[in-house]
Design a protein around this ligand. Structure first.
Ligand code: LHQ
Length: 258
């Protein structure tokens, strides 16, 4: 069985981290497979949203620590530059919404993989652990970039230093998570939400994502200019024409992602 499951259904690419006996911890094979699947998501026109989840009771426990301990394993610098960093940049640059459906514990690089997605949804029993400090490491996989932006500097420092388990509802209150669902409703509710995203004006969502990426580093003046440029591009899409036409004719729009 592959360590990454991949299925396209109703314009959504469903990606499942699939090493349940290891809490979906990442080894090299799984990281490279995830990169390849994200590339497919970017290139396939039929994919208009991505849904990332874990199989079994975890989302992901981060790096497979047995692989790091193995003297024949890939080594620290290689692991970050070849495994995780390319995953984060692929997700942030993917011109489609990426939903992290955090079905259980998300620890270490697994937590920060979730946090780099566009929308983070969690089941009530899910949790987030910046496990790094417990083993003498620093938050990686973009954690030191995303965490302070999501929860503010003070909470980010506390979460990173103490490495405490943050329950889904607390994570939602802090701004790490968009919504939390009861465990027995989680799969249906999150699939319904990604289905909505897949029928939205994909180009506009991609341009919104692009603008949000810039907002994290831009001045207000530069961001206003960026909005001018991106809004012009949005206005040139078929979906914009369809949206306005549908509104004026008092009918539901039918967006195609063009
Ligand atoms: C695991 C793991 C795991 C291997 C559970 N590896 N087997 C980047 C670059 C280079 C180097 C290092 O790291 C990084 C980034 C990182 O991600 S560093 C952080 C790595 N992750 C952690 O430190 C988390 C370690 N895991 C845990 O703290 C717990 O397992 C959690 C809280 C995730 C779950 O706890 P439990 O629900 O009590 O489950 P468990 O501990 O019993 O785990 C179940 C099995 O999964 C167990 O195997 P076993 O054969 O005994 O049943 C664990 O050994 C295995 N597992 N995480 N990261």
């Amino acid at each position: 069985m592959s360590s990454i499951l991949f299925e396209i259904r109703d314009q959504v690419a469903f990606i499942t981290l699939n090493r349940p006996e290891k809490m979906n911890a990442f080894n090299r094979e799984m990281a490279l497979l995830l990169q390849a699947r994200l590339d497919e998501c970017a290139s396939l026109h039929e994919v208009r949203a991505v849904y990332l989840t874990g199989s079994g009771r975890a989302f992901s426990a981060g790096q497979d620590l047995a692989e790091v301990a193995n003297p024949d394993g890939p080594g620290m610098a290689k692991i970050l530059s070849e495994h995780y960093n390319p995953i984060v940049t692929r997700i942030r640059n993917l011109p489609k919404p990426v939903v992290a459906a955090v079905n259980g514990v998300a620890a270490g690089a697994g937590a920060n993989l979730a946090l780099c997605c566009d929308i983070v949804l969690a089941s009530k029993s899910a949790s987030f652990i910046q496990a790094f400090s417990k083993i003498g490491l620093i938050p990686d996989t973009g954690g030191t970039w995303f965490l302070p932006r999501l929860v503010g500097w003070q909470k980010a420092a506390g979460i990173a230093f103490f490495g405490d388990k943050i329950a889904a509802e607390a994570a939602e209150k802090m701004g790490m998570v968009y919504a939390v669902y009861p465990d027995d409703e989680f799969a249906d509710a999150t699939r319904a939400l990604v289905a909505v995203l897949a029928e939205m004006p994909t180009r506009a969502l991609a341009l919104t994502k692009h603008a949000l990426n810039y907002s994290a580093v831009n001045t207000l003046e530069a961001q206003l200019l960026k909005e001018d440029e991106l809004q012009q591009r949005a206005a040139e899409t078929k979906d914009y024409a369809e949206g306005v036409n549908a509104f004026l004719n008092k009918r539901a729009p039918k967006f195609t992602g063009e």
